[in-house]
Design a protein around this ligand. Structure first.
Ligand code: PLP
Length: 402
């Protein structure tokens, strides 16, 4: 019998670093270790009560069957109204797609559009999944390093230099995972000026963290800053982060009808539709009282301030204050080249992260997973006590280095 041989699309990609980090923390906890977990990529709050009740009501009303690929009429109109409120742009029913999470929307968008040789510009640091999703769908990720000297943001110049005739997509993520940076309207307009010269380039703007913003008002979506690009922008969002609904698996996107039709055609073969119950819950989340979101943002703000102040006080570490999402991206250049009490040299951020886990029982994710080192990502989607304990333990571990 011949052994199973994975398809090349599987061997081309890595498993998600954040999913693996979460699994490692679970393993260590199962072994009885007490771990200060700062890897978490999901809100620590419970899904709001009115959302849960809407799901229960859907079950009791028998809404337990397949829906249309594009979702129930209630969810469709909830998404369209929500997107219009947030971006100021009105989309129609033929311009919306839904899936089991924003992750699936992005994957299917690439599946629907990439052929071998097509390039996708991915500014680094990036959300771990983008390059692998591109690779799994035969595309070529073109990584553009965007260090702290440019505020972790893609500049118009770097964009212009990265574009080739083979460029199919640019990925933007605002607010960003892992840095929490948010593109201003002016920055988006400047990128749009470059894009105007390259009509073959589409933009996937991942705005899954748009509700978690610490500035005034709202973040600016690319389609709001550059409505002239609307026919080549896919705006991705979902209910996971804003409404603490990661396990419900419901994401959506709006964009040009032709692209959306291709995505929906694939979805009809991949999943038929996301869970009807999650659709009812998502519709309730998008249309219901938004107080929950505002309360979460205030909690994240307090934790962010504590995390940023604490980490910047640690010798050799530094981080910018994130404007959105619930992550800080911490530079650990000062720890590189140092020696641990056990005599090991810290050569990379990966070494530093392993040292923190061993010596301080603090779990964070190395910047190398996000394509830009030497950094690590901490999440503040956890209690203030955990953050404070984590920062203290990191400080102690750093002081023990020689
Ligand atoms: N995009 C970014 C930047 C994320 O950080 C995540 C989740 O971690 C996702 C998309 C996926 O979200 P969903 O739960 O909707 O699949």
């Amino acid at each position: 019998m011949t052994d199973y041989q994975p398809a090349s699309r599987v061997t081309r990609i890595r498993e998600s670093a954040s999913v693996m980090a979460a699994a490692r923390v679970r393993e260590l906890k199962a072994e009885g270790r007490s771990i200060i977990d700062l890897t978490v990529g999901e809100p620590d709050f419970d899904t709001p009560e009115h959302v849960k009740l809407a799901a229960i009501a859907a079950i009791n009303a028998g809404q337990t069957k397949y829906t249309s690929v594009t979702g129930t009429p209630e969810l469709q109109s909830a998404i369209l109204r929500h997107v219009e409120k947030r971006t100021g742009i009105a989309y129609g029913p033929g311009e919306v797609t839904i899936a089991g999470g924003a992750k699936q929307v992005i994957y299917t968008a690439f599946m629907a559009s990439l052929d071998s040789g097509d390039e996708v510009i991915v500014p680094a640091p990036y959300w771990v999944s983008y390059p692998d999703m591109v690779l799994a769908n035969d595309g070529t990720p073109v990584i553009v390093p965007c260090g702290d000297e440019v505020g972790f943001k893609l500049t118009p110049r770097a964009l212009a230099e990265a574009i080739t005739p083979a460029t199919k997509w640019l990925i933007l993520n605002t607010p960003s995972n892992p840095t929490g940076v948010v593109y201003s309207r002016a920055e988006l307009e400047a990128l749009a000026t470059v894009l105007a010269e390259h009509p073959q380039v589409h933009v996937l703007t991942d705005e899954i963290y748009d509700a978690i913003y610490f500035g005034e008002g709202r973040i600016t979506s690319l389609v709001a800053a550059a409505p002239q690009l609307r026919d080549r922008v896919l705006v991705v969002n979902g209910v996971s982060k804003a409404y603490a609904m990661t396990g419900w698996r419901l994401g959506y996107a709006v964009g040009p009808a032709k692209l959306v039709a291709s995505i929906n055609k694939l979805q009809s073969q991949i999943s038929s539709c996301p869970s009807s119950i999650s659709q009812a819950a998502a519709a309730a989340a998008l249309t219901g009282d938004q107080t929950f979101v505002a309360e979460c943002v205030e909690a994240y703000r307090g934790r962010r301030d504590a995390a940023v102040a604490g980490l910047n006080a640690v010798a050799g570490l530094s981080c910018l204050s994130p404007e959105g999402a619930f992550y800080a991206y911490v530079k650990c250049e000062g720890a590189i080249g140092k020696t641990t009490p056990g005599g090991a040299t810290i050569a990379t951020d990966q070494d530093f992260v392993l040292y923190l886990l061993d010596a301080a029982s603090v779990a964070v994710i190395p910047g190398s997973a996000y394509g830009l080192g030497p950094y690590f990502r901490i999440s503040f989607a956890t209690s203030l006590e955990t953050i404070t304990a984590g920062v203290e333990a990191i400080d102690k571990a750093v002081r023990a280095l020689n």
